[in-house]
Design a protein around this ligand. Structure first.
Ligand code: HEC
Ligand code: HEC
Length: 316
């Protein structure tokens, strides 16, 4: 069943958490990669995971709402899978607890890949090449959804991106890696009295994931009459305060993953900075950390330059 392989984290990222019951091997990663790019996981053989998580677009689709089987448009923006290995809750509303648990969901989702787990298994059992590869990874036995999920998750754990200009400046000792404007932007980003971006998009002395893994309401994508168009975390917890709250996204590669927010409602990084300057969109559950900010045109350009310095090197 193969020897587990070590996954080396790039500069600026912590060691990759590996679940004891699914250590990645060369063969499981290769199988997971193949499944990730295989349209046969969808009901009409047109959509693969990579349709919406396209490596050419930093593993996103560049759309506000994703386009699934039969051109159905989903209500949420496809996040990148770069560094998804580090999240302990997945999806904007945190409804999956692991990459394994996450992977089965889009296959059966009628708006995404639209193919039941039973049918997926039947289809792949008929492909001799896959039968062989599943046996190589998991030993003799039938293909199961559990095996499909494990292989895909192992592949995803290798889809990492760090070693950005920010990482080289901050953690690699290269003081020339970031522009002066980006360095000023970093200072604004981390100044809790000016912009407390870093309260939610966290970083520490050794690593930066730029997310606290928690859920916050910024009022992004609020309707014309001030109503929440997506209840977010509340759908999972039924806790009033979670209405309209979404998991803080990492900001790594953010310059490459427009449009922004859970619904893709903001088109550029400048739009995002303007949105924060205005204190988000007022609503009953607005996070108390979100307030109007005093920023000059230069400060805003510096913040954008800083966000652009987070574009890393892909390691897949
Ligand atoms: C039709 C487009 C589409 C397809 C196909 C698709 N995804 Fe996604 N993916 C999304 C969207 C949209 C979200 C966010 C949904 C939400 O949060 O409710 C998402 C979320 C995710 C996440 C969570 C990322 C995070 O930051 O929490 C992972 C991981 C992921 N998808 C992997 C996959 C895998 C693996 C497949 C194939 C089995 C796949 N996706 C197929 C659109 C798609
Ligand atoms: C209270 C926590 C919090 C603070 C403070 C905060 N953010 Fe965010 N940020 C979030 C959450 C949550 C989202 C996603 C919101 C949504 O989709 O509705 C987000 C989204 C973003 C996005 C879009 C990312 C994407 O992939 O769509 C960017 C860029 C961003 N924040 C930058 C900043 C900057 C710059 C600051 C400081 C001016 C800041 N954030 C302050 C929690 C926070």
């Amino acid at each position: 069943m193969g020897t587990p392989v070590a996954i080396e984290a790039p500069l600026g990222l912590p060691p990759v958490p590996i679940p004891p019951d699914n250590p990645p091997t060369g063969d499981s990663v290769a199988l997971g990669r193949k499944l990730f790019y295989d349209v046969r996981l969808s009901g009409d053989d047109t959509v693969s995971c990579a349709t919406c998580h396209n490596p050419q677009l930093s593993f996103t689709d560049g759309l506000a709402g994703s386009k699934g089987i039969g051109k159905k448009i989903g209500r949420r923006n496809a996040p990148t899978i770069f560094n998804a290995a580090y999240y302990s809750t997945l999806f904007w509303d945190g409804r999956a607890a692991s990459l394994e648990q996450q992977a089965g969901a889009p296959i059966a989702n009628p708006d995404e890949m639209g193919q039941s787990h039973e049918l997926s298994i039947k289809k792949f059992e008929k492909i001799p090449e896959y039968r062989k590869e599943f046996e190589l990874v998991f030993g003799p036995g039938r293909i199961t959804i559990d095996k499909i999920e494990k292989a895909i998750a192992s592949f995803e754990r290798t889809v990492l991106s760090g070693d950005s200009p920010f990482d080289r400046y901050m953690y690699g000792g290269d003081r020339t890696a970031m522009s002066d404007s980006a360095i000023r932007g970093l200072a604004i980003f981390t100044d809790k009295h000016r912009c407390n971006c870093v309260t939610c998009h966290t970083l520490d002395e050794k690593y930066a994931l730029f997310t606290d893994g928690k859920f916050h309401n910024l009022g992004a994508g609020i309707g014309k009459n001030g109503e929440l168009t997506d209840l977010g975390r509340f759908e999972q917890t039924k806790v009033e305060a979670d209405k309209g709250a979404f998991r803080t996204p990492s900001l790594r590669n953010v310059a490459k993953t427009a449009p922004y927010m859970h619904d893709g409602s903001l088109k550029t990084l400048k739009d995002v900075v303007d949105f924060y300057e205005g204190g988000g969109s007022s609503n009953l559950q607005l996070d108390k950390e979100i307030k109007e900010l005093k920023l000059s045109a230069q400060d805003k350009a510096d913040l954008v330059a800083f966000l652009e310095s987070l574009t890393g090197k892909p390691k897949t």
